[in-house]
Design a protein around this ligand. Sequence first.
Ligand SMILES: *Cc1c(COP(=O)(O)O)cnc(C)c1O
Length: 640
Amino acid sequence: MKGGEQQGRVLQNIIKPYNVDSWGSGYFGVNERGHLCVLPDKRLDGPIIDFIQVIKEIQEQGIPLPTVIRFHDILRSQVQLLNTTFAEVISEHGYQGRFYGVYPIKVNQMREVVEEIIDAGHPFDHGLEAGSKSELLACLAYNENSASLTVLNGYKDEEYIRLALLGRKLGRKVIIVVEKFSEFDLIIRLSKEMQADPLIGIRTKLAVKGSGRWAGSSGDRAKFGLTCSEIVAGVELLRQNGMTNCLKLLHFHVGSQIPDIRIVKEAITEAGRIYVNLAQSGIAIDYFDVGGGLGVDYDGSRSTGDSSRNYTLREYAADIVSGLQQLCDETGVTHPHIVSESGRYITAHHSCVITNVISSLHQASNSCSTTVDEGEHILLTNMREAAESLNQTNCQEIFNDIQQYKDETIVAFRLGVICLVERAKVETLYWKIIGRIHIMLEKMDFIPEDLQQIEELKANQYLCNFSVFQSAADTWAISQILPIMPVMRLHEEPDVRCSLADITCDSDGKITRFIAKDGYDQTLLLHSLEPDEDYYIGLFLTGAYQDVMGDMHNLFGRLNEVHIYCDDDDPDDFYIEEVIKGTSAQQVLATMQYNPEIMARSIKKMIDHQIRQGSVLPREGVALIDFYESCLQGYTYLKM
Ligand SMILES: *Cc1c(COP(=O)(O)O)cnc(C)c1O
């Protein structure tokens, strides 16, 4: 059965307001019901997974929102795309080496994610990259493909290197990348002691500066890597120990999310030159590792902005392959195998966070009667007259007047000159006038600067059942842009300007930067809430870093997770392979050293005391204790 036919035509044009075509990389579409869908094959005539269908099914299984949804097919597809694109470019150029991808597990360490990447990458010998001992422990146990590479970065102690050499004893191609000169001594000493045959890489500290947010990963002051003089001294040290044949890889990493392809070109030229010089000195080095940095176009602008990139995967691959080819051919050096440590590119698209809007917070939503009272304060009268005289020509003047009346009213209230009811009337009138000016603005060709803030004043805040700190940490920490949009009602014109607030008590817990037609906007156009209908919105491209970096601010824990696989034979084109329950209240509390058992016991003691006093009936007391315990075991988010 073809899902495309069964679920109806996909109406791509509807989703233009949310730029889905630009950031979705072809994985997303909208069906006739106005629901956002995932197209795992990027084809309209392939399987189509309807988000609302997925939400319905997880709710039937008793899994409340907010939920992380992982589309394993997207993960697989990205792994294949990276490998096949490099292979194609290599063959088109007649390049002699081959491509080895390694997945840096720090980007998303979830076991299921790592296992899926290893499985999908097996035909291409896609390996893993570790940056710490615990990551290496996972890499050694979960990747059994001895033809693939395991690349080790990060600062290393004796134990880290022993673990790496243990990997060599297992017959694995574990490459220890030296980040700091003293690691040479450790590797030389321990490999002799363990009688192991190490594979050594060198991380170079390139002079080329990255740009964007992670520019600090390269340049003279970078944390990692060897200078040219250290490389020369390191090679000499290996030579003295008869170990130059162990030097197998040259590595650099100019930073994550490289926005500008020029930086890639420059880095290849600089690091390529080092490679060629080492090869010319007689070292059979074999692997050239370009690190991570392959960007994701989060805002769909194809620009050199921090949340975008000005190149495609094919251009990235072609610049690396042809850059190296040219240098090697010029100098008569054998083409090295190309290693890339792309993480963000592989994982960003496969997961999203789906949450429900709980309510709309709006200043003007509750208004009171504004009838004239005998002897009312002059400020209230002024405000009423402003409302009566407002028209298209004087709206800027009126806007300025009412700002003043509003400010003076607050002062008068503090002094006890205006009473609560009068202040409420002033407030109601103020918002009514703002609302009317807002409508007038739509008919204006030119909007004066003063009046531009009305758009924001009028914006609603939609309160969403999630925590920015847990699920979208980078939007808060580094102003990362993530695509955000409703997953339903996409055949209706959105009509409410909103910013999004989360349910933490933190005033930073909100999102006020969204993708707009050209650039960014402080608000997002959404649909007005229907009283009896849930409204679901999604945060997309959360699969890289966001998924695993969240914190426990306000003790909101990890989200429920649903793992989806596409199945063309299923009526809905998908099945849920696994559900991982999010953190319960007692688990979150336990991480902060609380003891939920003692807490429950202490509540029971207090209730028993009330029962003895006669203020609580025994039956009621038992129910209260049960309720407290069920909350301890429950989800940390709102039950709506
Ligand atoms: C973080 C990191 C990566 C991953 O970079 P992406 O931009 O996510 O592909 C690769 N290599 C090293 C050394 C890293 O530190």
